[in-house]
Design a binder for this molecule. Structure first.
Ligand SMILES: [Zn+2]
Length: 323
């Protein structure tokens, strides 16, 4: 058996005004003579979302451990917004620009537009792209795949093999047309967007759950012929015309103590958490679910001000329970 070839390459390198370069690196693992099927794992478009970093590491580690099972190419891109990742900044530092709002880019445009166009060029044609995001520091998201309804027919069956807990098919909106996933899906390159965990942190169990899912997807594409774990049966939710989610906003300032975790199915009027006053020892407000559903986002950061988001509930009417 021939072993895998590994390389780390600069796939994009752009000179900066003063003696530096913006470089995007790719870790490629392939086994020679096993075909050219390719899966791309992308993360770090938002520099403050770190959950994907562990997935990149763990995926390479597990492939090396059973390398004879690799059939084709696995490309790993841990830092699509390298200055963002290096400085843990969400957007592109100095430009104050959300990188996921500039796709598909323009090869004749400014540096960032050029960068976006080169990224699309690099990834298009892959058999599958997985773009891993996390939430911000305030909120934790349960492991989920988000799919634009335009691509639902193709992507939902694939997403069901990804071992995530929840698939959310949302309505088409012009805001989302400038994302990497939109650019790739509209060019016929299947791209799944993963949203999981919390900003600026790594949740190892989510990383392992998604890595198991990536092996399942690879197996399905015949890129991996080793044993894979049985995947979870996700909840699949279809957008109900913008009325599918309840937002829980804080009625007052205080310290938020969550009682229900993300992933819990809650009943109408069930208590989800409390806002307390540590000085007086009072409960300032009991936060109740306005409707039954799936608590898929919860507040992680305990200090709230009036209006702060404390959670999101997907209304029961918009999902099927497949359990
Ligand atoms: Zn993101």
């Amino acid at each position: 058996m021939n072993h895998i070839d590994e390389s780390i390459d600069d796939i994009i390198s752009i000179p900066l005004p003063v003696d530096e370069r913006l470089v995007i690196k790719r870790h490629r693992l392939r086994r020679e003579g096993t075909g050219s099927k390719r899966i791309c794992v992308v993360t770090g478009i938002h520099g403050d979302e770190l959950e994907g970093q562990y997935v990149c590491f763990e995926l390479a580690r597990r492939i090396r451990e059973n390398q004879d099972n690799l059939q084709g190419i696995v490309d790993i891109y841990p830092a699509m917004n390298p200055f963002g990742i290096d400085s843990i900044t969400r957007g592109i530092p100095a430009f104050d620009l959300d990188m996921n709002r500039i796709f598909p880019g323009n090869s004749e445009g400014d540096m960032n537009e050029y960068l976006a166009s080169k990224i699309v060029e690099e990834l298009q044609g892959a058999d599958l792209v997985i773009d891993i995001h996390a939430s911000n520091i305030f909120l934790t998201e349960m492991p989920q795949i988000r799919i634009n309804e335009l691509n639902a027919d193709v992507l939902v069956p694939i997403a069901k093999k990804s071992n995530m807990d929840f698939i959310w098919v949302h309505g088409a909106s012009t805001v989302l047309e400038s994302t990497l996933a939109y650019a790739l899906n509209s060019r016929g390159t299947n791209t799944l967007v993963v949203e999981m965990g919390v900003g600026m942190r790594i949740t190892p169990e989510y990383g392992e759950q998604l890595t198991d899912g990536i092996f399942s997807l690879m197996s399905n594409l015949d890129i991996w012929n080793g044993e894979v774990k049985k995947v979870r049966d996700p909840i699949v939710a279809y957008d109900a015309g913008g009325d599918d989610v309840c937002y829980l906003n804080a009625p007052c300032s205080g310290v938020y103590m969550k009682e229900k975790c993300h992933g819990n199915l809650v009943k109408e009027n069930e208590e989800i958490g409390r806002i307390i006053n540590p000085l007086t020892g009072e409960i300032l407000s009991g936060i109740k679910a306005p409707e039954a559903g799936l608590l898929f986002t919860v507040r992680e950061y305990p200090i709230v001000e009036e209006g702060s988001l404390m959670g999101r509930i997907l209304k029961k009417k918009v999902f099927e329970e497949n359990a």
